[in-house]
Design a protein around this ligand. Structure first.
Ligand SMILES: Cc1cc2nc3c(=O)[nH]c(=O)nc-3n(C[C@H](O)[C@H](O)[C@H](O)COP(=O)(O)OP(=O)(O)OC[C@H]3O[C@@H](n4cnc5c(N)ncnc54)[C@H](O)[C@@H]3O)c2cc1C
Length: 389
């Protein structure tokens, strides 16, 4: 960590979780990150070890078998893990998102069964996006038709993270196609449902340890007890989840920015041009200074959005601010890190080329940077109307 952490905000337990994640990142992730990037595969062993040391399912409450950590602890830990590899961290963290979905919307039986399965080492996947509908959630076309005590699901999903290893899916489908986003419902669908097929992991630019696949539903029959929440609540479940998951994606972006800062600083101090270390050329030194400022700003926004969650306060505005600012900072920092490295920045032999590829996704998933700004302005407008100014 280069700039001092605002760690006076952390409890002893949160600080310990951060230290554990830092140690884990250095020992278990950093040494193998390049290999997972060059030979893309799911990091089963790392996920298993993370589970053993208590870095998986961190915020699952004790009544469901988890450690009951705070969201702040989770963002602190996520930042450390992602500074070693954003792809491995994404693969590892997705179960948290599934657990949070269950905690928001599941009934007691669903929470006990599915959270228990996640804690025992199974994986879940979150299937919302479709080929014709990503940002426009209300436009999804997957249908769930009620037939007695069952629903029949038909449609296709794309870019579903961890689908290749998931043993169950949270699938969003329209139960009332005329009701727009109010007609969406969420279902738990088992991997072995004969109507569900998973495609091969899609080739992609970065975060290669985290597979993302197409998922097809062809007359997938599920029982009524697979419905999460009530019919028509799907959109609200997804939005409630994003308030909780965006601080975590923001934390990944902070970790990646911090890594860009670390790599840029150490290279710029060593590399010489025109008789002096390049850090002494103001054009280079200022890039590093700017990286430090923006990374710390992103961190503070991220921690704030998590602290609001822990205090039970609404954080929609703050989670979007953190996610957009941190993701844009990560992409900017990675671009500048490549520039600081010059030709070597373009080489796969040096770490910044991977950081550049990994960063881009942070501006896309969990709501693009444009969608975050739409949310920010919508929330600000609400405030302005309420305050009459
Ligand atoms: C590797 C990867 C993993 C993913 N994992 C998952 C997952 O596990 N589960 C899941 O459900 N989804 C997942 N996604 C999907 C991801 O959330 C979507 O790709 C994202 O929300 C954008 O949707 P889209 O791709 O349809 O782009 P579009 O919605 O078509 O957007 C295209 C462009 O238009 C802009 N745009 C669209 N609408 C607006 C608007 N109203 N205002 C301003 N700009 C707009 C967007 O910002 C973007 O720049 C993943 C995606 C990737 C690439």
């Amino acid at each position: 960590m280069i700039a001092s952490l605002p760690d006076y905000l952390l409890s002893d337990e949160e600080r310990m979780v951060g230290d554990l994640a830092e140690e884990f990142a250095r020992a278990e992730i950093e040494p193998v990150a390049k290999d997972y990037d060059e030979n893309p595969r799911f990091p089963h062993e790392i996920c298993e070890k993370a589970r053993e040391v208590g870095l998986a399912g961190m915020t699952i409450p004790p009544e469901y078998g988890g450690p009951g950590g705070t969201s702040l602890a989770q963002v602190v830990a996520t930042e450390k893990l992602a500074s070693a590899c954003a792809g491995i961290t994404a693969a590892l963290s997705l179960n948290n998102l599934i657990a949070k979905t269950l905690l928001i919307a599941g009934n007691e039986e669903q929470k006990r069964e599915y959270i228990g399965r996640l804690l025992s080492g199974e994986y879940g996947a979150f299937a919302l996006t479709e080929p014709a509908a990503g940002s426009d959630v209300g436009a999804i076309r997957t249908r769930a038709v009620r037939r007695g005590d069952e629903y029949v699901l038909n449609g296709s999903k794309v870019w579903i993270s961890n689908a290749s290893v998931a043993s169950f899916f949270v699938v969003f489908a329209k139960t009332d196609p005329d009701a727009g986003y109010r007609g969406i419902s969420a279902f738990l669908v088992e991997r072995d449902n004969p109507g569900l097929q998973v495609g091969k992991p899609l080739p992609k630019l970065g975060q290669k340890a985290a597979p993302a696949c197409e998922v097809f539903l062809n007359d997938a029959v599920v029982s009524r007890s697979s419905l999460l929440g009530s019919e028509g609540e799907g959109f609200f479940i997804a939005m409630g989840l994003f308030d909780r998951s965006r601080p975590m994606v923001a934390a990944m972006a902070v970790g990646l920015s911090e890594r860009c800062l670390r790599e840029s600083l150490s290279y710029a101090v060593e590399r010489r041009s025109m008789g002096k270390p390049i850090i002494e050329h103001q054009a280079v030194g200022h890039k590093v200074a700017e990286m430090a400022m923006r990374t710390q700003s992103a961190r503070l926004l991220t921690w704030h959005s998590a602290i609001l969650l822990d205090r039970g306060r609404k954080n929609t505005l703050e989670a979007s601010m953190a996610k957009a600012f941190a993701a844009d900072t990560a992409m900017w920092a990675a671009t500048e890190a490549v520039q600081v490295y010059g030709g070597m920045g373009y080489s796969a032999e040096y770490p910044v080329e991977k950081l550049f590829r990994d960063a881009k996704l942070l501006q896309i998933y969990e709501g693009t940077s444009e969608i975050q700004r739409n949310i920010i302005v919508r929330e600000l407008t609400k405030y302005s109307v309420k305050e009459g100014g």
